[in-house]
Design a protein around this ligand. Structure first.
Ligand code: AMP
Length: 137
């Protein structure tokens, strides 16, 4: 599938839209989801332009999953998470709404997940969670 340079995450990567960032290096960015399915819902995205996991070159996928693990550990420590749901939606048919590949880290149970991309979270609360995650990285 062709990559849309104007998708929301591409614009965040270019600094055109704001994000509550928790981690960034030359290949990957992690930031808070603005419509969290649980407190602490975090997204990890490769900087490589790819729509789905299936489009992502294997080396970028391998590096991104290392950062996913690193951020998951920080969520566990920083937010005292007892469990973390790792979710990745590839394709609109799977429910993907933003066409830039990303991994969801959601510190809750799969049985207690909130609705997907449904409701804006409280910005101040999300910022406070981000500070705790950053402090644990
Ligand atoms: P998906 O449906 O798997 O593509 O997930 C996209 C996610 O991005 C959803 O969980 C949305 O809540 C989230 N989202 C959409 N726009 C933004 C944004 N500007 N900043 C942070 N998260 C966003």
């Amino acid at each position: 599938m062709a990559y849309d340079e104007q998708n929301i995450f591409a614009r965040i990567l270019r600094g055109e839209l704001p994000a509550i960032k928790v981690y960034e290096d030359d290949q990957v960015l992690a930031f808070m989801d603005i419509m969290p399915q649980a407190d602490g819902h975090t997204l990890v995205i490769p900087k490589t332009p790819a729509v789905t996991l299936l489009d992502l070159p294997a080396d970028a996928a391998a590096y991104t999953i290392q950062v996913v693990q690193k951020v998951a550990k920080a969520i566990e420590v920083g937010l005292d998470a007892q469990g973390i749901v790792l979710m990745q939606l590839s394709g609109a048919a799977a429910g993907q709404t933003v066409p830039h590949v990303h991994f969801h880290l959601i510190p809750t149970s799969v049985h207690q997940l909130g609705k997907h991309a449904a409701q804006m979270g409280d910005q101040e609360k999300i910022k406070a969670q981000a500070e705790k995650i950053k402090a644990a990285l």
